[in-house]
Ligand binder design. Structure first.
Ligand SMILES: NC(=O)c1ccc[n+]([C@@H]2O[C@H](COP(=O)([O-])OP(=O)(O)OC[C@H]3O[C@@H](n4cnc5c(N)ncnc54)[C@H](OP(=O)(O)O)[C@@H]3O)[C@@H](O)[C@H]2O)c1
Length: 270
């Protein structure tokens, strides 16, 4: 299916690794121009080289820490100068090294850091992107939340609260922007073997016998440590969610807004 993305302009934050990178790859394959926002220069450069090699008509990496408003504003100013308008914004960056732990293990500073990356990074990017989205002939926003918001998650209490806030923000935004024709959707991933997940698996004691490249081992750990199973008995590969995000970014998605789409191997009712 042609998603109608040829020459569309798209920003993917958190697009240098994991699911954001997989989305950027799909968008590039569809012929979109893609700007990737993240902090680490090395992963950004490597991602832009990959997108360019795929034939992406214009791929650019913009280093930005999304917890810093000035860096977000500078990145979107650069996007505006480059393209003048924006068709889609993907908010894929999320907390990776904060917000994991039980209620009593997380102090105020960690709560604040978790909400900064988990909620405020998307809020800031939407605010900075809106003038560019309104200038485009069609526009979409995709917010990457988490399936853990839909179940009890006492070992990831702050992370889950930040993601629940993002989901609520996304839902309300879809109504606020409906009059502008800007469609806003949430994706709720289950457990995916991303870079962030691999880091977690690598840090586990050797006696747990975990292969950090195994989708089955990743699922076993998620079940044991966080109590989240999935019907498919394995974690997802980021390449399996990229097309879903690309569809939500595209003009072929013309009637879905305010939705919260599970891509979770069937974990919603486990
Ligand atoms: N993996 C899972 O099982 C899972 C499950 C449910 C939901 N999610 C959510 O899905 C999204 C993608 O997760 P993932 O596991 O694929 O991610 P990942 O592999 O850990 O990659 C995270 C991306 O976000 C960027 N990032 C993180 N903090 C940032 C900041 N302050 N400013 C700018 N960029 C930042 C990272 O680049 P730099 O570090 O270089 O900045 C990287 O590009 C996240 O929102 C995550 O919370 C993940």
């Amino acid at each position: 299916m042609d998603l109608g993305l040829r020459d569309a302009t798209v920003v993917v934050n958190g697009g240098s690794k994991g699911m954001g990178r997989a989305a950027a790859e799909c968008l590039a394959r569809e012929g979109a121009r893609v700007a990737v926002l993240a902090r680490g220069r090395e992963a950004l450069d490597e991602t832009i080289a990959m997108l360019t090699a795929l034939g992406c008509p214009d791929a650019v990496g913009l280093p930005a820490d999304l917890t810093r408003a000035a860096e977000v504003d500078a990145a979107f100013a650069a996007v505006g100068e480059r393209w003048g308008a924006l068709n889609a914004l993907v908010n894929a960056a999320g907390p990776t090294d904060v917000g994991i732990g039980s209620f009593e293990a997380i102090d105020d500073a960690e709560w604040a850091a978790t909400l900064e990356v988990g909620l405020m990074s998307a809020v800031r990017c939407v605010r900075a992107a809106l003038p560019l989205l309104r200038t485009a002939s069609w526009a979409r926003i995709v917010n990457v939340s988490a399936h853990s918001t839909k179940r009890q998650s006492p070992e990831i209490v702050a992370y889950t609260a930040a993601k629940a806030a993002l989901t609520s923000f996304s839902k309300n935004l879809s109504l606020s922007l409906a009059g502008d024709g800007i469609l806003v959707n949430t994706i709720s991933p289950g457990s995916f073997l991303s870079e962030g997940m691999r880091d977690y698996l690598r840090a586990l004691p050797a006696d747990r016998g975990v292969d950090p490249d195994s989708l089955e081992d990743a699922m076993r750990v998620i079940r044991e440590d966080f109590g989240h199973p999935a019907h498919l008995s394995r974690a997802g590969d980021p390449a399996e969610i990229g097309p879903v995000i690309a569809f939500c970014c595209s003009p072929v998605n013309s009637y879905m807004t305010g939705a919260n789409v599970n891509v979770d191997g069937g974990s919603d009712f486990c």
